[in-house]
Structures are given as structure tokens and as C-alpha cells.
Design a protein around this ligand. Structure first.
Ligand code: ZN
Length: 166
């Protein structure tokens, strides 16, 4: 999509805020289950998103932003989510929580890439490329953690969502 700068900034801020919130939620969940190492990863990621969101908010200070619909930037729940508690149970393992985060970081990265590619606005192209590069780093950081995280065997044996390279 060809985003004008105000729309791009509005979506970027919303995306970073949403990301921060979801990471804090995931961190709480990991702490509740005594997965402290993974909780710390999510706290760090939440902090990066907050910093990034604050920077973009500062950049947008003098820009009249558009109001957004929530579906424009919400994190997508895991594809495996079928029943009531299923999604939550699913995320209780560090491995799957990390993959869930990764999936949504990739979406963020793709949004920024696409905005950079398609926009007629030079500033959107510049920021889009810059932000996409940051998200790519987040994806790679999560990849390193996923690699170190034991993969749950029995119940979650099948993995319909294999990791794709970025
Ligand atoms: Zn990110």
C-alpha cells in the first residue's frame, strides 16, 4: 500500500505499542510458569518496542495522525488456537511463545518493508527501511533463543509452522 506519512506513523506507533503489550503479557505468563529466562527475553523485547514506539511518537509530534482500526496492527494469535484454553496452554511453553512472537515480528518487518517499497513518500521509504532493519534484528534475536530452547515433544510434536528465513 502507498501510505502517506501520517498513516505510516500512526500504524507504526500502534504496532510498537501492541508489540510492547503482548511482550509484557508473555513475560508475565512465563514468570507465572517459572520460565524466568524466557521471561527476561520478553521483557527486553518489550523495552525495545517501547523505545522504538517512543521514538516514532517523538517523530510524529507535529503530524496529525489518523485514527486506526484495531485490526490494522493487532498481533495474530497462534494458528493452533482452536478451543477456549487451547491458545493459552499452547503459549505456556517457552518454545511456542517465542515462535508466536517471531511470527508477529515477521509481520511487523513485512509491514515496514512493504511500506518502504510501495510508498510515494520519500520519508516513509526512508523510515520504512530503517524500521524493517530493526525488526529483522528482533527476528534474528528470537531465532537465536528459539534455537537454544528445548522443543516440547509429546503433545506439540507436529509443527505446521516451520521457521522461514528472513
Ligand atoms: Zn520488533
Amino acid at each position: 500500500m502507498n501510505y502517506p506519512l501520517p498513516d505510516f506513523l500512526a500504524i507504526s506507533i500502534a504496532l510498537e505499542r501492541e508489540t510492547e503489550e503482548r511482550y509484557l503479557e508473555l513475560a508475565d505468563m512465563m514468570e507465572a510458569h517459572l520460565n524466568l529466562e524466557t521471561a527476561k527475553v520478553f521483557r527486553d523485547m518489550a523495552r525495545f518496542s517501547k523505545m522504538h514506539g517512543d521514538e516514532i511518537t517523538e517523530r510524529a509530534k507535529h503530524v496529525q495522525l489518523r485514527k486506526l482500526k484495531s485490526w490494522e496492527f493487532r498481533w495474530r494469535p497462534p494458528a493452533h488456537e482452536v478451543g477456549d484454553d487451547e491458545g493459552i496452554h499452547y503459549l505456556m511453553t517457552p518454545y511456542h511463545a517465542l515462535k508466536y512472537a517471531r511470527e508477529n515480528e515477521v509481520r511487523g518487518m513485512n509491514f515496514y518493508r512493504m511500506a518502504a517499497e510501495k510508498s510515494q513518500d520519500e520519508e516513509v521509504r526512508r523510515l520504512g527501511n530503517e524500521f524493517a532493519a530493526e525488526e529483522k534484528e528482533h527476528v534474528e534475536a528470537l531465532d537465536r533463543w528459539i534455537e537454544k530452547t528445548p522443543r516440547p515433544s509429546a503433545t506439540w510434536a507436529e509443527d505446521p509452522d516451520p521457521i522461514q528465513s528472513v
